[in-house]
Design a protein around this ligand. Structure first.
Ligand code: PCA
Length: 157
């Protein structure tokens, strides 16, 4: 099993979450909510308003997301779905755990549960230079007040 940190359309409530729960793609089990230890610029870019974590550590904000434990089939599916390695590259990132699955907000963190971990993330170094001047977000929401409408793969031309 591998761990994947998702920060964009694959999060719960976001347009591609259903792909994580579709058993034909493999298995994904929710582990925790987390944020990157380092800052990264998270931007919404291009004519399809796609979220990208630009692989420029130290710039932007700590990025919020969710960690899933995935099997090799799901990892392969995600690589293909994310256009890896052309559009995104799968790299490793250090994370601070916010909340473990099944843990209530009031109970706080269990003493023996790790507070930091590494996971794969789909980030990019192959972006257009002008994306560096786009607004940055700490948490992506396809339906947020930015008003940028995410265009699903199926509708792109
Ligand atoms: N899907 C991946 C990368 C960006 C996107 O929309 C994710 O949610 O992490």
């Amino acid at each position: 099993m591998a761990r994947v940190f998702v920060y964009g359309t694959l999060k719960k409530g976001q347009p591609n979450y259903f792909r994580m729960t579709d058993k034909r793609n493999g298995r994904a089990e929710y582990c925790c909510s987390a944020r990157t230890v380092e800052k990264f610029p998270l931007v919404i870019a291009g004519k399809y308003s796609i979220p990208f974590l630009l692989n420029v550590p130290g710039v932007g904000q700590q990025v919020e997301g969710e960690v899933y434990s995935v099997d090799t089939q799901m990892l392969q599916f995600l690589d293909e779905f994310e256009g890896c390695p052309h559009m995104y590259q799968r790299t490793s990132v250090e994370l601070e755990v916010k909340q473990w699955a099944g843990e209530s907000t009031s109970s706080g963190q269990s003493a023996d549960a790790p507070r930091r971990m590494n996971a794969f993330v789909y980030s990019t170094t192959t972006y257009q230079p002008e994306w560096r001047s786009l607004p940055i977000y700490e948490s992506y929401d396809a339906y947020g007040s930015h008003g940028l409408v995410y265009v699903s793969r199926e509708y792109r031309d």
